[in-house]
Design a protein around this ligand. Structure first.
Ligand SMILES: *[C@@H]1O[C@H](CO)[C@@H](O)[C@H](O)[C@H]1NC(C)=O
Ligand SMILES: *[C@@H]1O[C@H](CO)[C@@H](O)[C@H](O)[C@H]1NC(C)=O
Ligand SMILES: *[C@@H]1O[C@H](CO)[C@@H](O)[C@H](O)[C@H]1NC(C)=O
Ligand SMILES: *[C@@H]1O[C@H](CO)[C@@H](O)[C@H](O)[C@H]1NC(C)=O
Ligand SMILES: *[C@@H]1O[C@H](CO)[C@@H](O)[C@H](O)[C@H]1NC(C)=O
Length: 652
């Protein structure tokens, strides 16, 4: 009880002392704890309340009253709305209690930024607002900018003053366009509005600017209570405050301003989405608001959007680069393809149209003359296997280098002539193709390749049987007879040898490469004509006269017969000496051991009489004296047993 009494006494004493302060006070500036503060209020160290003056170069949480979508981002941006439909956001700061009845001049400036979701399509806009309440009760989004609602728009008891940065053209409120700045008093029908633009000192003119350009812009609102004048000035960030305001209006705010006012921002979104940001803000009563430190404003909110845009630009750039690359490659490909398939076709060749192959077809047929398609390397070039596109005919393509300046026309003419030759024992020449420095001959494909492989290739598991050899010899003889006597003109083969005899799938021997060496002599000096043919098959008289005849062909054919029967090359190496097969067989003949020369791989499995006959024909054909050699017709007759062989002298 006693304790209670004494406590009460103490309280009474204290209140008595404090009561004196309520009677009268004068604050020439404030000290801490002199006032009851709430909300954002504080006494600054120099004695100003925060209501009088503030500068925010970026914001901290809890510095402003926020509602709706408004938020302070972690990096200090005031984000009034994001890209969510039909929303509003507010941010407010309290201003000094106006209880003394005076209306003060003020000045404020802020930097804003509007980022539309899609370029050039704005949301609703942003407004600087002076309001008696820190929320805006009844305010609506969309065209109402979060400032008014349908019930209080235009009501003079609202006490709301705003500078709208309106980006939607709204006839309802008498908007002038979709990009204007307006002064609103108690309603959205602006008392003064003008398209957004800024004064350029240099030219002395206003220049339009787009509020939703996504670029940060600075706005100055200056009110002089003495002049009752309100100026609104705008410029892109980086352009100093223009000397000419965009809007300048006589306006008396004294009836509007109540005891307690809040200043801040309002923004809304509709169906078009725009993010509205305030980056920095300064305010001062009875003086010029501090300039914002533009450099220290929070990093521009466009980052994400800009990144989007940048990445879009990057992607587009990438796309363009890709397109260019693809085009370049395509062009390169086309050029290369053109180069690859380029061929030489002269007018005179049109008469050979049926024999002419397109280089492209041959290129494709041989898979681009790939190594794996290489069948062999012959005397005049490389031979590739191929399959004609379309018909799927198997072909062999001989690729020869050819100086196109030298008698090409005759050359091609002869080739075309050879393609007329048709005999079951001649490899069919199907046609030709020509490109710069190159001639290509197309032959029927012989699946078993050349005879020499069967005779000498140790890898061939089975050797040729006697009957196969006989068939090949007969076949080649028949083909050569055709060349010499049965076609409309005499064709001298000039290069009969085992490697020029090709075997089809049934092991029929066919002569290939007929006439080529002759073609190759075209245009060269007759006096320097080199001996044509292959060493070992060249008739002895050719070294003196270089005159090829059917008999020089017969000589080579004789060597060929011996080669097939003996399974030996025309020039044998014995004890490091070159020994001619022909001489060796002659010697055996003289020594009466002719059958000793037969190929050991026959393992004696042959008809002795046939073998002796064939060897004797071979010797006869390869007789050193041309006149002693038979003609191919005679050879055929010997082979068929229609004509008996002449006696072959053992001392010859
Ligand atoms: C916008 O802000 C609200 C509230 O902060 C949030 O729920 C919403 O996800 C945001 N929308 C977008 C598109 O950022
Ligand atoms: C401002 O002053 C008026 C009267 O002088 C008072 O009624 C009101 O509560 C004050 N407001 C604040 C926020 O201090
Ligand atoms: C204006 O607002 C006041 C208070 O909210 C209300 O009483 C009055 O009816 C309104 N006037 C009109 C014309 O709507
Ligand atoms: C500036 O904008 C206004 C309103 O949109 C338009 O009438 C005027 O032609 C524009 N001026 C220039 C120079 O673009
Ligand atoms: C408003 O702008 C006019 C014209 O530049 C200027 O003379 C006047 O002093 C300004 N008033 C305020 C309050 O800034």
């Amino acid at each position: 009880m006693e304790l209670k009494l004494s406590l009460l006494l103490v309280i009474c004493l204290l209140t008595g002392i404090m009561a004196t302060k309520y009677d009268e006070f004068t604050y020439n500036g404030f000290k801490r704890s002199e006032l009851y503060l709430d909300g954002m209020a504080e006494i600054t160290p120099n004695g100003l309340t925060k209501f009088d003056e503030f500068t925010y170069n970026g914001f901290k949480r809890n510095e402003l009253y926020l509602d709706g979508m408004a938020e302070i981002t972690p990096n200090g941006l005031l984000k009034l709305t994001n890209t969510t439909r039909i929303q509003q956001g507010h941010a407010f700061h309290k201003v000094k209690n106006n209880s003394d009845g005076n209306v003060y001049s003020f000045s404020t400036c802020f930097v804003f930024k509007m980022l539309p979701e899609y370029p050039d399509v704005g949301g609703d806009g942003l407004a600087f607002v002076l309001s008696p309440t820190k929320g805006l009760p009844g305010a609506m989004p969309k065209q109402y900018l979060g400032l008014f609602g349908s019930t209080n728009n235009g009501n003079s008891s609202d006490h709301i003053f705003a500078i709208e940065l309106d980006t939607i053209f709204n006839m309802e409120f008498g908007d002038i366009d979709n990009n204007h700045v307006g002064i609103d008093v108690n309603g959205l029908r602006s008392i003064n509005a003008t398209p957004a633009s800024y004064f350029i000192e240099r030219i002395g003119k206003f220049k339009n600017l787009s509020l939703i350009s996504g670029k940060p812009m600075q706005v100055w609102v200056d009110y002089s209570n003495i002049e009752k004048k309100l100026n609104v000035t705008i410029s892109p960030v980086g352009v100093p405050k223009p000397s000419h305001p965009l809007l300048s209006s006589f306006i008396d705010l004294s009836s509007l301003i109540l005891d307690t006012m809040y200043i801040g921002f309002s923004s809304s979104t509709g169906s078009m989405l725009t993010s509205h940001y305030v980056l920095g803000w300064s305010f001062k009563m009875n003086g010029q608001a501090a300039a914002l430190n533009l450099a220290s404003l929070p990093s521009l909110p466009s980052e994400k959007h800009r990144r989007k845009l940048t990445s879009l630009i990057l992607w587009m750039a990438l796309g363009v680069v890709l397109l260019i690359t693809i085009t370049a490659f395509s062009i390169a490909y086309i050029i290369r393809t053109k180069a690859t398939y380029a061929e030489v076709l002269e007018e005179w060749e049109l008469e050979h149209r049926t024999q002419r192959f397109s280089y492209k077809d041959l290129f494709k047929a041989t898979k681009g003359f790939r190594e794996e398609n290489l069948l062999g390397v012959g005397g005049f070039g490389r031979v590739y296997k191929g399959k004609l596109p379309g018909s799927k005919t198997e072909i062999a393509v001989k690729r020869m280098s050819h100086d196109s300046k030298q008698g090409t026309r005759e050359f091609v003419g002869e080739i075309v002539g050879y393609s007329q030759l048709r005999h079951r024992n001649l490899v069919q020449l199907l046609g030709y193709s020509r490109r710069k420095g190159e001639l290509l001959l197309v032959y029927e494909f012989m699946s078993n390749g050349s005879l020499d492989k069967f005779l000498y290739d140790a890898n061939k598991p089975t050797s040729l049987s006697w009957s196969q050899r006989l068939k090949i010899i007969r076949g080649v003889a028949s083909g050569l007879l055709y060349l010499h006597e049965e076609w409309e003109q005499i064709v001298i083969h000039r290069d009969i040898k085992a490697s020029n005899v090709l075997l089809d799938s049934e092991m029929n021997g066919k002569l290939g490469d007929f006439g080529l060496s002759r073609l190759y002599d075209h245009g060269s000096d007759p006096r320097t004509t080199h001996v044509v043919g292959t060493i070992g098959y060249i008739a002895p008289e050719l070294t003196k006269t270089s005159r090829v005849t059917t008999r020089t062909d017969v000589f080579a054919f004789g060597v060929f017969i011996l080669e097939v029967v003996c399974g030996r090359r025309p020039i044998m190496r014995e004890a490091s000496l070159d020994l001619h097969l022909v001489d060796w067989v002659w010697r055996s003949w003289r020594n009466e051991v002719i059958l000793d020369v037969t190929d050991a791989r026959l393992e004696g499995d042959y008809d002795l009489g046939e073998a002796e006959l064939i060897l004797k024909i071979g010797l006869l054909c390869s007789h050193p004296v041309p006149a002693a050699r038979p003609t191919m017709r005679q050879v055929m007759q010997f082979l068929n047993g229609d004509l008996s062989l002449p006696e072959i002298p053992k001392d010859g």
